[in-house]
Structure formats: structure tokens, C-alpha cells
Design a protein around this ligand. Structure first.
Ligand SMILES: Cc1cc2nc3c(=O)[nH]c(=O)nc-3n(C[C@H](O)[C@H](O)[C@H](O)COP(=O)(O)OP(=O)(O)OC[C@H]3O[C@@H](n4cnc5c(N)ncnc54)[C@H](O)[C@@H]3O)c2cc1C
Length: 450
């Protein structure tokens, strides 16, 4: 590759929408911030307006209120994966350690907790400052729910390990979890209080809209390319450009579309469906709760009550697919939807007449060794990508750490990120595709009814 070629990075593809998320559809339409027209100068250009990009902008504005920041979002804030997820900003790692949290795994656990709680601290700061209501940002904790003996055992093991780590939790028997969810199928549950539950589209819009000058967000403004200009960079968009000293790539799997982390990111989609509003008296239990599955790759379920008399809704999130083109078809969304219908009717027999109103999907970028695609990847270009499926917390934290690295600010979080390994290489094609498909199918099969 010539020197000139390494100085220019061109996007080979841009994000595509994967259905309309029920979170966006049930909010008033957004009036997007303006599109970039003409040329602007900034200290930092941020590519991507999801959790990572907007959190990075927020952190920069806190560390240096005079820093000029231009955030470029290809679409409309909230319409990408950050506004399409299940809304769990999770504080604790999911997985039960095989060695019972001795030594190295305990250190890894504490490191994940530090990363995830840094994200929650930033989110809480914004929620407090802006007085966000509970239907946008609710620090109410989460349930993990089991539906099988294997799931029960997993929750018991995890509860023991949480005790060992000094983390607050409560195990719920069949009757107790039934009283929360109104569902007859859950065999046990585990409540942990530290997770924040958000309406993800409202939350990410809120993060975007509390950014103040000299931070400027441009929506419907994809970064098409960037090239070296003097000691900095020139980022080109369809109708303008940003001349910036530094760039933060916060576009998750689309970092690869610019040629970064090639062969190191697994592009995986997951899918969700949201019911039509139903009469709350048709389902017993609490009006609002959020539950992740006991076994990884199982089904996430939330009951949402807006409290405005419009009825309640149930969200079902399940199914993973590997899509190296970072796009999925409508047919794939409908296929996943049929699976959701089955999961829904099994869990909520009293809601037999209630149908799904919205179905959608969203992209995630995973790495083989579960680390973020993070750090200075070219002189003056920093990455906060590779969400590993938990972007509400992990990408928020990556955005914070990238902002700190960009400004040369020292913090405990930054030191943790500096010690993380780089994403390892995936096997060559077609082995990655074959391996990813078999792995996802096996893990979904292992999750069984969970
Ligand atoms: C159905 C579903 C449920 C999920 N549930 C949860 C959950 O409960 N908790 C959790 O933690 N995670 C969850 N996730 C995962 C989570 O949504 C992602 O991990 C998260 O959105 C990643 O955040 P991010 O900021 O890194 O990337 P994104 O949210 O993908 O943001 C990147 C942004 O970059 C923009 N972009 C891309 N290319 C360009 C370009 N060239 N120029 C400008 N902009 C560009 C995109 O439009 C996008 O808005 C879920 C995902 C899905 C799909």
C-alpha cells in the first residue's frame, strides 16, 4: 500500500436501518439537528452518534468546556442500534465464572464492574441534571429469569459468586418471580439492584440534546471519508467537511467499513418485537419490570407501562444472526418475529389475543476475545468501537475512555482501557462465517427454552 493510500480512509458502506424500533415509533417524531452544510473547524470530530459517540462528546465537554466538537451521525439519533436495544444499562458481568471467582476471574469481574459502573455514573449525572423521568431513565435494577432446571442452577451459582464478590442480590422462588412477572413459566429469578433501565430511544435523544456549544451534533450527516491535512484530518460528508485535529471513531462495526479492525469484528444482529398496548388487567404481576435470561443467548423480556392510561406493552428480544455485510433483510426480521411470537405466547398465555405491533433488528460488533476495538489506531484517530453486545454500558464507557485518551486525561478507567488486549484475528473466510453460524446456532440451542 502506498503512503498516499494510508492517508485517506474511505467508507465502503454506510449503516442501513433494520426495521423501525417500537421505542422510536411510540415517541413523538424527532426534529433532527441540522445536517452539515459547508466546512467547519473542530478540535475533535466524532463519527457516530450512538452510546459511544455521544458519551465521548459529553465527556470532552466536561473535561474541556472550550473544546470544539463536531459529532457526525449518519442517520437520525435514536434510529440506530443505540435507540433500538432492550434498554438495560447493566452494571455486572453476565457470565458465571468456572473457577468460582478466584484470582484472575475475580479481577476480571471487578474490572468489568468498574467499566460498566463508569457508564452508569455518566448516565446518572445526565439524568439528574436534566430531570429525566422514570419512563426514560429508571435505576430500578433487573431480574435474571430461569425457565428450566439448568437456568435455576445457573442463577444459584451466580448468586453464590455475587455473595463472594460482595454484590447485593436476591434470589426469588417460582411464586415470587411469578408475582413480579405475572408469567407462570419462570421457575426462579435473581434480582440485582444496580442496572438502570431506559427507554433507549428517549435516553439517547436526551444525551444528544443536552450537548451544548461548542459541541455541535450534525444528523443525517454520514462521514464518507477522512484524510490527513497538515497535522490533523479532514472529514468529508455529502455536503460539507470538518477540519479537525483529532477524530474519534464511534461507529462500532462500521469502523471496518473504513478499513480498521478488518478480520477482527464479528457483525452480529439481534432482534426484538414489541406488542400492541393491552389492558393491564389482562396480566397480573407488576406493571413494570425488565428481565434478562438466566442463560446467555436466551430471551430478554420487559413489561412497559407508560402510566398514561394508554395500556401496557411487552418487549421480547431473542435470536442472533451473523451478517458480515452489516445489514439484514425484512424477511429475516419477520422470521425472528415468528420465534418471538412463540416465546411470547408461552410466557403470557393470558395475553393470547395480543399481537406484536413493531419488529426490528440492530447490529452489534463482537470481538473474539471480548475486548473493545479501542485506542489510537492512526496518529490522532481514536477508536471506541466493538461493543460486544453490551453497548449501553460498554460503548458508553469506551466513549468516556476515548474522550479522556484524546485529551490526555488520566483516570482509573483510562488505565483499565490501556491494559486491555487488542481484538484477536478471526479465522480466514469462509471459516469465520461457518464458525460463527455454527457457534450461534449451538449457543441458541443450548439456551433451550430460556
Ligand atoms: C434488539 C437489541 C437489543 C439490545 N439490548 C441491549 C441492552 O439491553 N443492553 C445493552 O447494553 N446493549 C444492548 N444491545 C446492544 C446495543 O444496542 C449496542 O451494543 C450499542 O448500540 C452499541 O453502541 P455504539 O455506540 O457502540 O454503536 P451504535 O449504537 O451502533 O452507534 C454507532 C452509530 O454510528 C453511526 N455511523 C455508522 N457509520 C457512520 C458514518 N460513516 N458516519 C456517521 N455515523 C456513522 C450509526 O448510524 C450509529 O448511530 C441490543 C441491541 C439490539 C439490536
Amino acid at each position: 500500500m502506498t503512503q498516499a493510500a494510508r492517508n485517506v480512509f474511505v467508507a465502503s458502506r454506510l449503516p442501513k436501518r433494520a426495521g423501525v424500533s417500537g421505542w422510536v415509533a411510540t415517541l413523538a417524531p424527532r426534529t433532527p439537528q441540522s445536517t452539515l452544510n459547508g466546512s467547519v473547524i473542530a478540535d475533535v470530530a466524532i463519527i457516530g452518534g450512538g452510546f459511544a459517540g455521544l458519551s465521548a462528546a459529553r465527556r470532552i465537554s466536561r473535561l474541556d468546556p472550550t473544546a470544539r466538537v463536531a459529532v457526525l451521525e449518519a442517520g437520525i439519533v435514536g434510529e440506530g442500534p443505540a435507540g433500538a436495544n432492550s434498554g438495560f444499562i447493566i452494571d455486572l458481568p453476565h457470565e458465571v465464572s468456572s473457577d468460582g471467582f478466584s484470582g484472575e476471574s475475580a479481577a476480571r469481574f471487578r474490572q468489568s464492574v468498574l467499566i460498566q459502573r463508569s457508564a452508569i455514573a455518566l448516565a446518572t449525572e445526565m439524568a439528574t441534571e436534566n430531570g429525566w423521568e422514570k419512563n426514560v431513565f429508571d435505576p430500578c435494577g433487573r431480574y435474571s429469569v430461569a425457565i428450566s432446571a439448568e437456568g435455576d442452577k445457573h442463577l444459584e451459582d451466580y448468586a453464590q459468586q455475587l455473595s463472594k464478590m460482595g454484590e447485593d442480590h436476591r434470589l426469588l422462588r417460582t411464586r415470587e418471580i411469578g408475582a413480579v412477572t405475572g408469567s407462570p413459566v419462570y421457575t426462579s429469578g435473581l434480582f440485582t439492584p444496580g442496572t438502570v433501565i431506559v427507554q433507549p430511544a428517549a435516553y439517547i435523544r436526551g444525551v444528544a440534546d443536552c450537548l451544548k456549544k461548542p459541541v455541535t451534533l450534525y444528523e443525517r450527516t454520514p462521514a464518507l471519508s477522512f484524510e490527513r491535512l497538515g497535522t490533523g484530518w479532514l472529514v468529508k460528508t455529502p455536503q460539507g467537511s470538518v477540519q479537525a485535529a483529532k477524530i474519534i471513531m464511534a461507529n462500532n462495526g462500521h469502523a471496518e467499513s473504513f478499513g480498521f479492525f478488518r478480520g477482527r469484528l464479528l457483525h452480529v444482529f439481534t432482534y426484538a418485537s414489541l406488542t400492541e398496548a393491552f389492558d393491564p388487567s389482562c396480566l397480573s404481576g407488576e406493571r413494570k419490570w425488565a428481565a434478562t435470561p438466566a442463560l446467555p443467548m436466551g430471551t430478554t423480556v420487559r413489561r412497559i407501562s407508560t402510566g398514561t392510561g394508554t395500556g401496557d406493552r411487552i418487549l421480547v428480544r431473542s435470536r442472533y444472526s451473523y451478517n458480515p455485510s452489516i445489514a439484514v433483510s425484512d424477511a429475516a426480521i419477520q422470521r425472528a418475529g415468528r420465534l418471538h411470537d412463540g416465546k411470547f405466547s408461552k410466557r403470557f398465555p393470558t395475553l393470547s389475543g395480543v399481537g406484536m405491533q413493531y419488529r426490528w433488528a440492530g447490529a452489534m460488533a463482537l470481538t473474539r476475545n471480548h475486548v473493545p476495538a479501542f485506542g489510537e489506531i492512526e496518529r490522532g484517530v481514536f477508536a471506541a468501537c466493538g461493543c460486544n453486545g453490551l453497548g449501553a454500558s460498554n460503548s458508553t464507557a469506551s466513549g468516556i475512555a476515548a474522550a479522556e485518551l484524546t485529551l490526555g486525561h488520566d483516570s482509573e478507567l483510562g488505565r483499565v482501557y490501556a491494559r486491555l488486549a487488542a481484538p484477536t484475528a478471526l479465522p480466514p473466510q469462509p471459516f469465520t462465517t461457518i464458525g460463527a453460524k455454527i457457534h450461534l446456532a449451538y449457543r441458541e440451542w443450548s439456551a433451550g427454552s430460556e
